[in-house]
Design a protein around this ligand. Structure first.
Ligand SMILES: C[S@@+](CC[C@H](N)C(=O)[O-])C[C@H]1O[C@@H](n2cnc3c(N)ncnc32)[C@H](O)[C@@H]1O
Length: 295
């Protein structure tokens, strides 16, 4: 079992090449907020990676994601939040067109992992095809509603976090009244910014406004935000911009190499599995004790 790596200091970002289903090297109860977006089951972009792990149908794909929600529960502080960005899928299977409700199945997986569901957000995807319509003409009854929202599912580990009265970090992390009124409504229809491409591939990155808001809504300055499915690092950049520490875990070697290159240019720390072993050794010798998480 790899030893835990000490937490980064405030405003730092650390990238770990690893698996969201284990989160090796991240200590129990050391993360305040998780903001993430897994590969979406039943979306063709993710068929091949799921198939390589033996999953070819909706339930099998979600069974591969379930351990990630268990690992998320392990690393969060008591009262810490998990925010999962996910979209449903539309797909014709065995000749039948149907909706594959990823959001509902992630809720089942997270609840089974020990989380409690909280009211969630729907954000409207920016589109340059505002009239996209799944049907033809104007006559009922055989057209479909367009899937133009994604979910940010919100879960908490246990009861509310307890914070000291008049906590200065909490006061310094305030949002404005206008931000509160917009962010805490259930539908976000003001999200700007397109998904990004990475190295010519569709990266499935979310607009940075999404993790940016979540980081400010649900963590304090100086706390630690984790993205276990880091991709291009949108969550990590947002966390750093807003004065939080961040840890990103990514499994795909090509995606990780691109993320590491971007991260090095920004001064982020890159921990590969071999470095993790030696960092764990240094920690074990007392090189730097990890700061105690705020509870
Ligand atoms: C939907 S994308 C995340 C995009 C990210 N939110 C961004 O803005 O770039 C999912 C990412 O999870 C990675 N991934 C898939 N399975 C993983 C696993 N078991 N552990 C860690 N990363 C994984 C994929 O390689 C992909 O980069």
């Amino acid at each position: 079992m790899p030893r835990p790596v000490p937490e980064p200091a405030a405003g730092r970002v650390r990238l770990l090449r690893g698996d969201a289903r284990r989160l090796a090297g991240i200590e129990d109860g050391s993360v305040h907020l998780i903001v993430t977006s897994p590969p979406y089951p039943m979306i063709p972009q993710w068929d091949a990676p799921f198939a390589r792990l033996g999953a070819r149908d909706f339930e099998a794909m979600h069974r591969l994601l379930d351990p990630a929600w268990q690992a998320a529960h392990r690393v969060l502080v008591p009262g810490g939040l998990l925010a999962v960005n996910v979209g449903d899928a539309l797909r014709t299977t065995d000749g039948e067109f149907r909706l594959w409700p990823n959001h509902a199945r992630v809720i089942v997986g997270a609840e089974r992992a020990g989380f409690r569901s909280l009211p969630y957000v729907l954000w409207k995807k920016p589109t340059n095809r505002p009239n996209a319509f799944l049907g033809s003409g104007f006559e009922p009854p055989n057209a479909y509603v367009t899937l133009d929202c994604e979910f940010v599912l919100l879960f908490r580990k246990g009861p509310l976090r307890r914070l000291p009265r008049h906590d200065p970090a909490r006061a310094a992390s305030r949002y404005s009244r206008a931000e509160r009124d917009r962010w805490f409504s259930q539908i976000w229809d003001d999200i700007r910014g397109a998904r990004q491409d990475a190295g010519g591939r569709r990266s499935a990155a979310f607009p940075d406004e999404v993790p940016g808001r979540l980081v400010r809504m649900f963590s304090l300055l100086g706390e630690t935000v984790l993205d276990p499915f880091a991709g291009t690092g949108t969550t990590l950049a947002a966390a750093q911009r807003w004065g939080r520490n961040a840890i990103g875990v990514e499994r795909d070697p090509t995606v990780f190499a691109e993320l590491a290159e971007r991260g090095r240019a920004l001064g982020w720390e890159v921990v590969t599995p071999s470095r993790r072993a030696s960092a764990g050794g240094a920690a074990a010798r007392g090189a730097r004790a990890p700061p105690r998480p705020r509870s």
